[in-house]
Design a protein around this ligand. Structure first.
Ligand code: NAD
Ligand code: WQD
Length: 338
């Protein structure tokens, strides 16, 4: 029996596929290649040393998805496929609701029709919104989100909760990721954003390699130790390993489970810049810029529920996250080949 990984050629999906296969799972990937390169498939294959099935298909294509479920023996699904750029979601809300919410509805309906009722979903710390105080725990109220992307995650959480209420034979795990950074140790897989990066770490690595002149630090007057925003950065391989535990959970038990995947430690923007400079030996010039709309001062997890119930905790620290991000960027200055 296989794990179907939607969005499996993307940043987090590719790292998760490697860890799944390295620990003996059969993996089938579905991706429409909207935000990744096909060469990501070759890099995964090279790392695990064996072939695996890949379907180029959009999760909104009910017929295409049904055909995959008919052909393959799929036991559970890890659902990464989606659009993820906060700013873009403000410009293109319909595309975000269609891809993320409608895509998930189509996927769930196809799963149900084929008797596959085990799913791990990529949610986000963004569902905690603006008003909860860190450390964030899973029992806090969610939903005070400020942008369409965040709302799609919140809406999908609601859909999955309602689905479980209607049919308790489902096994559903909502994973709320904090800020994934880092890359595979080999330097062959990492984050490959299109155009100007929105997120901090890819922006820093592009400054370090000379593609961008300087980092804009969005605000230095927050109520934090140095005035810059504090986040819970988590190594993408730790995040991937969290999915292995979550798949085990949904395979073993019926229920609706929610876990934070974070380290529990917050670092400011300037902490990350310093850690990156130390790890890479490169300098990262920066200028203080105005605050970015929608940002909060501080966001970090209480990751103890995942430790207690999944026996998972993040093992890799900020120095390793920076070293691995730099290795990926410096070995692949233009990201994945076409
Ligand atoms: P990514 O863009 O690298 O990967 C997503 C993959 O899904 C891409 O390969 C893309 O081509 C594919 N895809 C998108 N729409 C699709 C569709 N309709 N049908 C089939 N494939 C489709 O993103 P990522 O960083 O790996 O994020 C994975 C998931 O985790 C997303 O759902 C994202 O919202 C969520 N998440 C990401 C972060 C983060 O900071 N990276 C944080 C929290 C949650
Ligand atoms: C981190 C910190 C910025 C860029 C986003 C999404 C969230 C989740 C993870 C998907 C903040 C500062 C950033 C720059 C900067 N994604 N920054 N200069 O905003 O915490 O979370 O990605 O679910 O939903 O909102 O991450 O990496 O954009 O920012 O100063 O050029 O770095 O202000 O304090 P964020 P980020």
């Amino acid at each position: 029996m296989a794990v179907l990984v939607t969005g499996g050629l993307g940043y987090i999906g590719s790292h998760t596929c490697v860890e799944l296969m390295n620990s003996g799972n059969e993996v089938i990937v579905v991706d429409n290649l909207y935000n990744c390169k096909k060469s990501s498939y070759d890099r995964i294959k090279a790392l695990v040393g064996k072939d695996f099935k890949f379907y180029e298909c959009d999760i909104r294509d009910a017929e295409g998805m049904s055909a995959i479920f008919e052909k393959e023996s799929i036991d559970s699904v890890i659902h990464f496929a989606g659009l993820k750029a906060v700013g873009e979601s403000v410009e293109k809300p319909l595309e975000y609701f269609d891809n993320n919410v409608n895509g998930t509805l189509v996927l769930l309906d196809v799963m149900r029709k084929h008797g596959c009722k085990k799913i791990v979903f990529s949610s986000s710390a963004t569902v905690y919104g603006m008003n909860n105080i860190s450390p964030l725990t899973e029992n806090m109220e969610v939903g005070g989100v400020t942008n369409p992307y965040g709302r799609t995650k919140y809406m999908i959480e609601c859909i999955l909760k309602d689905l479980y209420v209607s049919d308790e034979s489902w096994s559903i795990c909502l994973l709320r990721y904090f800020n994934p950074i880092g890359a595979h140790k080999s330097g062959t897989m990492g984050e490959d954003p299109n155009g100007i990066p929105n997120n901090l770490m890819p922006y820093i690595t592009q400054v370090a390699i000379g593609k961008r002149e300087h980092l804009n630090v969005f605000g230095d007057d927050y109520d934090t130790h140095d005035g810059t925003g504090v986040r819970d950065y988590i190594h993408v391989v730790d995040l991937a390993l969290g999915h292995l535990k979550a798949v085990k959970k949904v395979e073993a038990e019926k229920g609706l489970f929610i876990y934070n995947l974070g380290t529990g430690t917050g670092y400011s923007v300037l902490d990350v810049v310093k850690a990156f400079e130390k790890a890479s030996g490169q300098s990262v010039p920066y200028v203080i810029a105005p605050r970015r709309a929608g940002d909060i001062a501080t966001c970090y997890s209480d990751p103890s529920k995942a430790l207690n119930e999944l026996d998972w905790k993040a093992e890799r620290g900020i120095d390793e996250m920076c070293e691995d991000s730099w290795r990926w960027q410096s070995q692949n200055p233009n990201g994945y080949p076409d």
